[in-house]
Write a protein that binds this ligand. Structure first.
Ligand code: PGA
Length: 254
């Protein structure tokens, strides 16, 4: 079985209800040609999850993602959203551990391990984000740093559970900066991460895990980056807010 290739959108905290509706309508105005291994996941803000699910419900290979969930099952956690709630509206994916959540909401590797568990328990596919800051890249310690993020948040999982995870490598210095990692830098890290997975779970399991690249992906660079052997698509912020741009990103999937 070939690995899934995924174009994932991360709308972050953008768009009003009407703008979200318009973007969904533009994206799906025409049939998007997807091959057997190609998938689309749209990470939309919580208030629009149901709207987006209704829009893509009958479209094969297209699913909706929440951008976070809480560690706990239910209860007195004002303002939080549980994995069960998210799954109950028909959402398939949840983005976990985005660097903005790690930075502004102090999400730790340990907390993310709990979020991964509760997401899986509710049948959601975690899109688990990892990636290093510029200072770590400059010190050339990025491989160990990102490897540790996987180890501390994912390596308690069984092989069968790990197979349900999608990883997104997003170097923080490339997010929203217009400064993408080169295709070579992306491939190098993705190959490293696949080796880290293989060392723990074996080559066969590691070869099944989609590893997406994120950080200033856009229509004009998607094909080159996604063309790398260990890059299985992208997690796309800014460029996912414009239909024509994101459609070009999708067309860059291999
Ligand atoms: P960007 O964001 O594409 O705007 O760089 C990517 C992300 O943060 O997921």
């Amino acid at each position: 079985m070939a690995r899934k290739q995924i174009a994932a959108a991360n709308w972050k905290m953008n768009l009003t209800y009407q703008q979200a509706k318009d973007l969904l309508n533009e994206l799906f105005a025409n049939k998007i040609e997807l091959s057997e291994d190609q998938y689309i996941a749209l990470g939309v803000p919580f208030p629009y999850l149901s709207l987006a699910v209704d829009k893509v419900n009958s479209i094969d290979h297209v699913g909706i993602a929440a951008q976070n969930c809480y560690t706990q099952k239910s209860g007195a956690y004002t303002g939080e959203t549980s994995a069960e709630m998210i799954a109950s509206v028909g959402v398939q994916y949840v983005i976990l551990g985005h660097s903005e959540r790690r930075e502004y909401f102090l999400e730790s590797n340990q907390m993310l391990a709990e979020k991964v568990n509760i997401a899986l328990a509710n049948g959601l596919t975690p899109i688990f984000c990892c990636g290093e800051a510029l200072s770590i890249r400059e010190a050339n310690t990025q491989n160990d740093y990102v490897g540790k993020q996987l180890q501390e948040s994912l390596f308690h999982l069984s092989a069968d559970e790990l197979k349900k995870i999608v990883i997104a490598y997003e170097p923080i210095w490339a997010i929203g900066t217009g400064k993408t990692a080169t295709a070579e830098q992306a491939q190098e890290m993705h190959a490293h991460l696949r080796k880290v997975l293989a060392d723990q779970y074996g080559q066969e399991v590691a070869s099944l895990i989609p590893i997406l690249y994120g950080g200033s992906v856009k229509g004009s660079n998607a094909k080159e980056i996604f063309g790398q052997p260990d890059v299985d698509g992208g997690l796309v912020g800014g460029a996912s807010l414009k239909a024509d741009e994101f459609l070009q990103v999708i067309a860059g999937l291999k």
